[in-house]
Each structure stands twice: as C-alpha cells, then as structure tokens.
Write a protein that binds this ligand. Structure first.
Ligand code: CTP
Length: 418
C-alpha cells in the first residue's frame, strides 16, 4: 500500500545549506513511486547542480520562469495544474517573504500562486532570521492561508552556532507528504479509528514486570496505513520496539487496565476499533512497593486482568459505537476454529488470526501471514506479505463491511482481496 505511488509531487528547492538534503527527499519520493518534478531558484543552484536533481527525479528541473516544460508548455504553469502536492524544502526566509506577498517572479513563487495543490513548507534559516518579526508575520500569513509548515528544528546551524533553524529530516517531510495526500485523497477520510498496539506490562515490583513478545509493528503499520488513507487515528500503545507514527493521536497505556480505560474513553468517538495489542491476561495480584529480595516470599500469585474487548462489547450495546470491532488472535494450534470461537465470545465483526509459531509471521518480524475471518462466515487466507500490506488488506475489508462505496480506493494499491 502506497499513497505516494503515481502522485505528481512538485518540489521547490530554494537556496540554503540544506539543499543537499532535498536530494534525499527526491530519492525517498521516487523510491515510493511518486512522479517528482523539481523547481530550483538561482540560489539553490549555487549549492547543488540541477544535474543532480535531474538524475534523481528523471526529469530536467525547471530553473527559469520562461523555460518550456518537456519542450512544449510553460513549465511552472503546467506543473502548478498537474501537482497533487507542492513541497518547498528548504524554504529560505527570502522565498517565504515572497510567498507571503504573493509574488511570482521565479518558477517557485509563480507555481505556488497558480497551483491549487496543498502546500507543504520546510523552512531552514539562521535562528535570528527565523525569529525576526518579519519572518514570523510571514509564517502566520502562510499558515492562515492553509500551508502546512514542518520545522524548523533546533540543532547545529551552518554558521556553526546552535539554535532553531535546521530543516527537518527528509524522512519526516515525506511522512508529512503522505499525511497530506491521505487527508485530501484518502478513501478513509472522515473515518475515526482507534487502534491498540504493542504489549502491556504488569508490574511485580519497581524493577520487574510481566510482559510479552509483541513489537507493536502490526498495530503501527495499521495506524500508519489508516492515516495515509485519510482516517483520523488514535493509537493506544503499550511497550513497542518501533516508534508510533507522526500524524496520529498517540496515547501511551502501560497495563491492561490502562488500555481498558483509554479504549473505553475513546469509544464514543470511534467508528472502528482494531485491537492489535497483546494485552496481558494475568497480572501479579500484588505489586510490591519495594524490590523483592531473594530468600523472602518467592512466589508470585497471579490474577486475571480485564478483557478489553469483552468490556467494549458491553459498552457498545449501550452507546451503539463503534460501528465495527476487529480483534486479533495469536494462535499456535487449530487457528481457524480457535479464532472463530474467539470472535463469537468477544462479539467481534472481524478477527485476524496468525500462527505465532511461524518464524516469518507474528512477533517481531516485518512480515505476516494472516487469515481474515468475518462474521458473515467468510474465511480469507492471505499469503505472506509485509505488515503494511496486511494492514492495507484489513482496512480494505473494513471499508467493505462498513458498506460505504470505495471512492478513490485503488485496488492496485496492494490488496489481494476483492
Ligand atoms: N484482548 C483483550 N483483552 C485482554 C486480552 C486480549 O481485549 N485482556 C484482545 C487482543 O487485543 C486481541 C484479542 O483479544 O484482539 C485476542 O487476544 P488473544 O491473546 O489471542 O486471546 P485471549 O482473549 O487472551 O485468549 P487466549 O489467551 O485464551 O487465547
């Protein structure tokens, strides 16, 4: 699943030391199969040659207002009309001022003025320039007009001094590109999802806990893909080996009880709940305030934790939300029968089952091999695929169950389901 595939992304590059990082933005976008076109100011060309951007994007950059585009039309006008997204990175204080003024005397400002595509800006400049009231006023103007600004960050600047002014990393800019495209083009826009991810921890004493092998990768993939498809996402996460994605509402919940509280709190504003977290079934009956010592009472008595999905099914009867509840089943034997029993017991609309004994699926790895079972009795085994593609297939099926037409849903984006 890839929201960037075949999207026309126009990247404006203005003159600052961070121009070299713009090459990485192009490289990341091209890898994600976007169709990237570069515009450069004269100052930008002092830092990196247009040749580099041309080689990376596969298209000659536009460096002159009067340059014809692929030998035919006026470059900036054509690109302005065809763009799905217009990124300017790095954005200097000077170009920022000209954007705010609505000037159009170079390819970048002229394109910004004539495009209706969303604008993503990554400023980079010296701290004093950034903090100057003139720049701050321009920033305010651009935000009010709907531009998305990322950064700048604090850190070491070209002058050798430290302060705010560094362009954010290319990976973050590309994440924001995905978020913006999802919001404007995504087939899940308007849908509110709550996803749980990772593993819970139940404390024995101040230094020891009972945890599990969950990495959070499946839940994070679901959150990221749902976000890219335009959904509003709450990610309730426990212990994970990966970072929660930007652009989602991140809520940390450590114990089963914390997860229960947060999920129930979010339920009235949740259209779809996906419980991908490995939630503990047991916890120590007593959490000791001091570290347990050898030679004392060495037994740990366990008690049951609350079952989050069971509590959700009770609450759902009362408030009629969420519209759909999806569970996961981590099984080692009789996968389908056990998952079907779990779906009935927890009153789920869908359950995603995986064999956690398989080395290439389940805990910790980047791939998964799952079967999607729905309440209507359909059993759909999927082949081994990346967790992001599994997420895409789950969300595709959810969209089908909700019964809304799949406007903008491109079946070629990775789905193997009809
Ligand atoms: N789950 C939950 N609350 C718990 C334990 C699990 O809501 N206390 C959810 C999980 O997030 C998952 C589903 O229930 O979506 C099934 O989890 P799983 O661990 O496979 O099943 P259990 O209910 O724990 O049953 P068992 O351990 O007996 O297989």
């Amino acid at each position: 699943m890839n929201i960037l595939a075949e999207k026309r992304i126009v990247l404006g590059v203005t003159g600052g030391i961070a121009v070299y990082k713009a090459v990485e933005i192009v490289s990341r976008l091209v890898k994600a199969e976007a169709d990237v076109r570069v515009l450069m100011t004269e100052a930008a060309q002092k830092f990196v040659s247009p040749l580099t951007f041309g080689a990376m994007s596969g298209h000659q950059p536009i460096t002159d207002l009067w340059q014809l585009y692929e030998g035919e039309r006026i470059g900036h006008v054509t690109l302005a009309h065809e763009a799905d997204l217009f990124i300017i990175a790095p954005l200097t204080a000077h170009t920022m001022a000209r954007l705010a003024q609505g000037m159009a005397n170079d390819p970048i400002t002229a394109t910004a003025l004539s495009t209706r595509a969303p604008l993503l800006l990554a400023p980079a400049m010296e701290s004093n320039m950034w903090m100057h009231p003139a720049t701050q006023a321009n920033l305010k103007t651009l935000i009010e007009r709907g531009a998305k600004i990322v950064g700048p960050e604090s850190g070491r600047l070209a002058s050798g001094a430290s302060g705010v002014g560094r362009m954010v990393e290319p990976a973050i800019i590309v994440e924001h590109a995905r978020i913006i495209l999802g919001k404007t083009r995504g087939p899940l826009s308007g849908l509110r999802l709550t996803i749980t991810a990772g593993g819970t921890r139940e404390w024995v004493d101040p230094v020891r806990f009972m945890g599990n092998r969950a990495s959070g990768k499946m839940g994070v993939a679901l959150a990221r893909v749902a976000r890219d498809l335009g959904a509003e996402v709450n990610l309730v996460y426990g212990a994970m080996t990966v970072d929660p994605p930007i652009g989602v509402n991140q809520i940390h919940a450590e114990r089963a009880e914390d997860m229960l509280r947060e999920v129930l709190r979010l339920l009235p504003e949740t259209d779809v709940l996906i419980s991908a977290a490995a939630i503990a079934d047991f916890r120590p009956a007593i959490t000791h305030r001091q570290k347990l010592k050898k030679g004392g009472n060495e037994e740990i008595r366990l008690e049951r934790t609350p079952d989050v999905l069971k509590a959700v099914s009770e609450k759902r009867k009362e408030i009629n939300m969420p519209k759909l509840v999806v569970g996961f089943a981590a099984e080692t034997t009789e996968l389908i029968a056990n998952a079907q029993a779990k779906m009935r017991k927890k009153e789920l609309d869908m359950i995603v089952v995986n064999d956690v004994t398989a080395p290439d699926a389940g805990f910790g790895v980047d791939t998964n091999r799952v079967t999607i079972i729905t309440r209507d009795g359909a059993v759909a085994p999927l082949p081994l695929m990346s967790k992001e593609d599994v997420a895409y297939n789950i969300l595709h099926r959810i969209r089908g169950l909700l019964g809304t037409p799949s406007i903008g849903w491109d079946p070629g984006m990775g789905s193997v389901l009809s």
